[in-house]
Design a binder for this molecule. Structure first.
Ligand SMILES: Nc1nc2c(ncn2[C@@H]2O[C@H](COP(=O)(O)OP(=O)(O)OP(=O)(O)O)[C@@H](O)[C@H]2O)c(=O)[nH]1
Ligand SMILES: [Zn+2]
Length: 215
């Protein structure tokens, strides 16, 4: 599968409680078969992202967060995962620096979609972890490829970034298309018992880097 014809479709003023941004819309088209699942939950081949931009992003490598949509966390403040806290961390870092980019990718449930993620929650309630639940539903543990955010950064003329993430796949995805990650900024948040297992599985099964705990 490859991503084609990525284009910017909007650019507007965006005052927010975090600070004053521009908000940009980008879309691209995925061509080829969905490699992720047996029964495709993703009916649309279009990939979209909303991008918040603040300040001068060209003077030095800007702070960048590639955030995958988590409706349950980002909107409802779920404590099953650390997504909302990571989103807040990123927005705080960008506004404190006065410059940066937040790419909000519509990759709900690591790309499996909202309904499948809720089914995965059900399986997790029965004892499976996040990786096992995805596999049980016929998906890969992680369906994301991060081609769209990489292409967005290229279109925006950003050749080097300081990336907020614990996920080495995001670093590798950018570097594989020539965007240098001059610094990886940990996306570590205050822990809660309700998402302790979620983080442990990210560390043990998905290779995420956590500096505040030993494996
Ligand atoms: N399949 C599945 N996806 C989940 C679950 N909980 C959260 N997600 C999704 O996980 C994605 C976030 O991925 P994470 O693995 O938490 O973190 P990451 O984006 O890979 O890495 P960081 O940059 O360090 O945050 C979002 O798309 C969420 O919707 C779950 O139980 N199952
Ligand atoms: Zn989440």
């Amino acid at each position: 599968m490859s991503l084609e014809s990525v284009r910017q479709v909007a650019n507007a003023d965006f005052p927010s409680r975090w600070g004053h941004f521009r908000i940009l819309g980008f879309e691209g088209v995925q061509v080829g078969a969905q490699p992720c699942c047996k029964e495709s939950a993703l009916t649309s081949q279009k990939e979209e992202a909303a991008v918040l931009v603040m300040g001068d992003i060209h003077a030095t490598p800007p702070i960048v967060r590639i955030h995958s949509q988590c409706l349950t966390g980002d909107v409802f403040h779920s404590l099953r995962c650390d997504c909302r806290l990571q989103l807040e961390l990123a927005l705080r870092m960008i506004t404190e620096a006065g410059a940066g980019i937040l790419i909000y990718e519509q990759q709900e449930g690591r790309g499996i979609g909202l309904m499948a993620k809720l089914k995965a929650y059900e399986l997790q309630d029965q004892g499976l972890d996040t990786v096992e639940a995805n596999v049980e539903l016929g998906f890969k543990p992680d369906c994301r490829e991060f081609e769209l955010p990489a292409e967005i950064l290229r279109i925006m003329g950003v050749p080097a970034v300081r990336l907020i993430t614990n996920n080495p796949e995001k670093v590798a995805a950018l570097e594989s298309v020539g965007i240098r990650v001059v610094e990886r900024i940990p996306a570590e948040v205050e822990r809660a018992e309700t998402f302790e297992r979620y983080l442990r599985v990210k560390q043990e099964k998905m290779g995420h880097i956590f500096e505040d705990v030993q494996p």
